[in-house]
Design a binder for this molecule. Structure first.
Ligand code: PLP
Length: 373
């Protein structure tokens, strides 16, 4: 079996699984309880918070645990609208549905407006349009993802963050696809909020965190007890939180080697595409402007879009497939549609991790070539 769907979810590190198994058995107290069992659980939660904060170069008090990226994005966007009183949100049409659908819901219940920044057919945002929107909407909230989950296109953070600051905008970034894949220093990246999910970096599912810069705290999104300093009520997922901390630690260890290794796998695939699949090309941006672990391939029209996933699956290869929406159909990928991809051409998203090999890429290219003839 070949697993090339790491942008959807990643296999959990063995060491993290083992750690979680033991914790599940041994540390079962409620972290809010004051006795020894509770205190033991509290130590695990706070140890994970301290580790994450250190890795991201922020204060532990700025990290709030959530059930994952979706909840973090929801909490941040609702918080900005309800409690920080922001009236204009600037985002892009290629954001994850948990940002786009949340903004749509917010607009239905609050006097808030959403403006979309233009993007080009490489998936890059139009910086001059962003500047125009920011200048005409002072004190907005900008919500732009660090790497797109379908194309891997990277946001030029170093340009966006200062522009937001200059115009009094709060900057939120969904960094679900880059956390654990790069050494990210939140201070120098310059955003006010970020959403992270553990299962994208070999951690468990159902756990993540939000970063909220101190000074921009909002009211609880989930009300109840006093957990997470009243920002997110509910007994903490001790095992998941601790597993996430460990996974982040291991993911960031030898980061440069991982980046070099996984990039070489991606490069291999790009080279094979040129020689083996005439007419195929990359949806999105070139290597240096996209995530090193993801490539979205536009295939010639001769490939049958419906059969592609099934045929690869029969061969034991797991990828994600899609195509742009046909006009009016509303189906298909909103990301590929937004970058102007041809709806007649099927696309395949191949996403790698450190556990993939060059041999797997060679096998994939061979199978893909066979499907097209
Ligand atoms: N944001 C992006 C960019 C994602 O890729 C995903 C997951 O696919 C999410 C948010 C949602 O994260 P979670 O699965 O933790 O809710």
């Amino acid at each position: 079996m070949i697993y090339f769907d790491n942008a959807a979810s990643t296999p959990v590190f063995d060491s993290v699984s083992e750690h979680m198994y033991l914790l599940q058995k041994e540390v079962f107290g409620n972290p809010s309880a004051l006795h020894a069992f509770g205190r033991k659980a509290r130590v695990e939660v706070e140890r994970a918070r301290a580790l994450i904060a250190k890795k991201m170069n922020v204060q532990p008090a700025e990290i709030f645990f959530t059930s994952g990226g979706t909840e973090a994005n929801n909490a941040i966007l609702w918080g900005c609208a309800k409690d920080l009183n922001r009236k204009v949100f600037i985002t892009s049409p290629t954001e994850h549905p948990c940002v786009l659908n949340t903004l749509e819901s917010i607009c239905k219940s609050l006097p808030v407006e959403v403006q979309f920044v233009d993007i080009d057919n490489m998936g890059q945002i139009d910086m001059s349009h962003l500047e125009f929107l920011l200048k005409n909407n002072k004190n907005a909230v900008v919500s732009l993802m660090h790497a797109n989950n379908e194309t891997g296109v990277l946001l030029p953070m170093n340009e966006v963050a200062p522009l937001c600051k200059e115009n009094g905008a709060l900057f939120h970034s969904d960094i679900v696809q880059t956390a654990g894949k790069y050494n990210l220093d939140f201070q120098s990246l310059g955003f006010d909020f970020a959403a992270v999910s553990a299962h994208k970096f070999h951690g468990p599912k159902g756990v993540g965190f939000m970063y909220v810069r101190s000074g921009s705290f909002f009211k609880p999104f989930i009300t109840g007890g006093m957990q997470e300093r009243k920002m997110r009520a509910g007994t903490e997922n001790v095992v998941g939180i601790s597993g996430m901390g460990k996974a982040l630690y291991f993911a960031l260890e030898n980061m440069n080697d991982t980046i070099a290794y996984v990039s070489s796998i991606k490069e291999r695939l790009l080279n094979l595409l040129k020689t083996e699949i005439p007419g195929a090309f990359v949806n999105g941006s070139p290597m240096e402007k996209s995530l090193y672990s993801l490539v979205n391939i536009s295939l010639p029209k001769t490939y049958n879009s419906e059969m592609l996933l099934a045929k690869l699956d029969i061969e034991g290869i797991a990828v994600s497939t899609g195509s742009a929406c046909n006009s009016g159909s509303g189906k298909g990928s909103h990301v590929l549609t937004a970058i102007g991809a041809d709806p007649e051409r099927p696309s395949v998203r191949v996403s790698f991790s450190r556990f993939n090999t060059i041999e797997e890429v060679d096998r994939f290219a061979e199978v893909l070539k066979g499907i097209g003839v």
